[in-house]
Design a protein around this ligand. Structure first.
Ligand SMILES: Cc1cc2nc3c(=O)[nH]c(=O)nc-3n(C[C@H](O)[C@H](O)[C@H](O)COP(=O)(O)OP(=O)(O)OC[C@H]3O[C@@H](n4cnc5c(N)ncnc54)[C@H](O)[C@@H]3O)c2cc1C
Length: 524
């Protein structure tokens, strides 16, 4: 009797039912996971007395430190800043931040308020980040990304008047459903669907698009269930709801608001996500509780040299003092390539090319504190994101502290588009904040009256990374060289993953790098 192997079975499913069915079958069998993370790394057989020097105490560096110490290695970490976490960073009242060029910002937020100038949300399929949060006791809460009550805004649409996400979504969906439904009714899809499927399609579009029984998207009970009411349901003599008027189809299409509609439905940007309670740096603090004793802070690495006997790293205490050296058998370097390219090293030519050729994209974020949560009190917006075509890109409302009195902090802008970032780079912080207020007040006229204080981080000017995330000029040419164990040194970090600009990428890259370094060490 012939037995069917998994591979044969998948092959048969693929042939008969196509690739989607095969993907589902693979997922059901445990293949094709959403992340390459398969659970805690196992590093067995570390040779006694082998020392690993880790450069940088961001999430990549601390993952390496935690796992390599657990495996039995002697570990030392050198970190430029006075604290660990790198880009996993939160600013609160009392913090001071000095950007490249010397501008100092003293954060003056009220007690309990904060802004995450870097990472701020975690998707549900970033299994490694979530697993470490669990292991490190980092408490998570929902991060509201999509809120139908938030606004869409374009300076050239409707005289620059803001529009609720809900209305735009409903109108786009309704009009497209009506068009498709009419096409199906007229038999225009008959060469693509069977008669039976055509009827099902028409029925589903009526349901999905809020269409009338006649297949029309227009003011009435059906459309109002999706787009809302001019007068919402209440009680008393005037309690009956009054449906609202959809915006005309041509206006909906020409507004190009539909460009925002899928923003929170792509794989990495989900309608609801996670955030650590109290600020993203709770993850950094979680790691630091485990490996803080291994870290030398305020240590600026200036040179990295290796030979057949080991690795020697030269560093300078940033608070003053003599230049020092640390030595080890091997090194995991998580210093961003934007900085490593300025450090004296003798890595081999392949990886050196990758290091010197990697540009870092810019990004600017603003944390603005207002005297009261007017977006909740006046606009009834609880979490979520409003989008605008202005350079600030978006405004995001806090997903925590709902309905509380006193000042609240919102994300007053988040841009990563090249030209905008460069323009903001050229400004001093107060000018950047002025622009965020000027643009934000187009969406929220309360801005000027309610503004209290703010902070802004332009990532090209963050001294210890000089950018938001690494980009590849030629990934195909350079990636393999960049990630390989180069004699005694391996590099890791978000830039060396296929999930750049995500913490998941930093952790996965670190696990991959230390796994390969460990194999090399134990194999001699
Ligand atoms: C604006 C922005 C938004 C983001 N949004 C998200 C998000 O929503 N969700 C998400 O998961 N991720 C997000 N990310 C990405 C995430 O922050 C990074 O992918 C991740 O934190 C990178 O970790 P890392 O360890 O690779 O690098 P880093 O965190 O940069 O760590 C490198 C470390 O090296 C140190 N270092 C630098 N130079 C030296 C030197 N000479 N000597 C010694 N040490 C040195 C640095 O101080 C730093 O601590 C965002 C990032 C940015 C900037």
């Amino acid at each position: 009797m012939s037995t069917v192997t998994r591979r044969n079975l998948l092959g048969m499913i693929g042939t008969v039912a196509g690739s989607t069915a095969m993907y589902h079958a693979m997922a059901a069998m445990g293949h094709a996971q959403q992340s390459s993370y398969t659970g805690p790394i196992k590093l067995d057989g570390a040779p006694q007395g082998t020392k690993i020097l880790i450069l940088g105490a961001g999430l990549a560096g601390m993952t390496a430190a935690l796992e390599m110490r657990a495996a039995g290695y002697e570990v030392e970490v050198l970190e430029f800043r006075e604290k660990a976490g790198g880009r996993c960073w939160t600013l609160r009242g009392g913090d001071t931040y000095t950007e490249l060029g010397g501008a100092v910002q003293n954060v003056d937020f009220a007690e309990g308020n904060y802004i995450n100038p870097g990472p701020w949300r975690i998707p549900y399929h970033h299994h490694a980040v979530l697993d470490y949060c669990g292991r490190l006791g980092v408490q998570l809460e929902p991060f509201v990304q999509e809120n139908y009550q938030a606004y869409l805004h374009r300076s050239d649409v409707n005289g620059g008047a803001r529009q609720r996400v809900r209305d735009v979504k409903a109108d786009y969906r309704g009009h497209v459903s009506e068009l498709l439904s009419k096409a199906a009714e007229k038999g225009r899809l008959d060469d693509m669907v069977t008669e039976e499927d055509r009827e099902i399609l028409i029925e589903s579009l009526r349901d999905f698009g809020g269409l009338t029984d006649a297949g029309e998207y227009k003011r009435g009970a059906e459309s109002a269930e999706l787009r809302g009411y001019d007068r919402w349901a209440g009680a008393g003599a005037d309690g009956a709801p009054i449906p609202s008027d959809p915006v005309d189809r041509d206006e909906v299409l020409r507004s190009r608001y539909w460009e925002y509609l899928a923003a929170n439905q792509i794989t990495n940007h989900q309608a609801t996500m996670f955030q650590p309670v109290g600020g993203m740096d709770s993850i950094a603090r979680g790691f630091e509780r485990e490996v803080g004793d291994l870290i030398t802070y305020n240590a600026k690495v200036t040179a990295l040299q290796q030979d057949e006997n080991g690795v020697t790293v030269t560093w300078t205490p940033t608070e003053g003092g003599e230049q020092r050296t640390s030595t080890a058998d091997y090194c995991v370097c998580t210093i961003p390539f934007s900085i490593l390219s300025q450090i004296d090293h003798n890595l081999s030519s392949g990886i050196s090319n990758a290091i010197s050729e990697m540009p870092y994209n810019g990004s600017v974020k603003w944390g603005l504190e207002f005297k009261r949560r007017f977006w909740e009190q006046d606009d009834r917006i609880y979490g979520g994101v409003s989008f605008t075509d202005q350079a600030i890109g978006q405004i995001s409302y806090p997903s925590t502290g709902y309905l509380s009195d006193g000042p609240g902090v919102l994300l007053g802008g988040y841009t990563w588009r090249g030209p905008e970032s460069y323009k903001f780079n050229a400004m001093q912080p107060e000018e950047r904040i002025e622009w965020a207020l000027r643009m934000g007040e187009k969406i929220h006229p309360q801005y000027r009256d309610e503004y209290k204080t703010g902070v802004t981080v332009s990532w090209h000017k963050v001294p210890w990374v000089l950018g938001c995330s690494g980009l590849w000029n030629d990934r195909e040419r350079d990636y393999a060289d960049a990630i390989k164990v180069d004699n005694r040194v391996v590099c890791a970090g978000e830039h060396l993953s296929y999930l750049p600009a995500w913490q998941e990428g930093a952790i996965l890259s670190s696990l991959d790098a230390i796994g390969r370094l460990h194999s090399k060490i134990v194999q001699g």
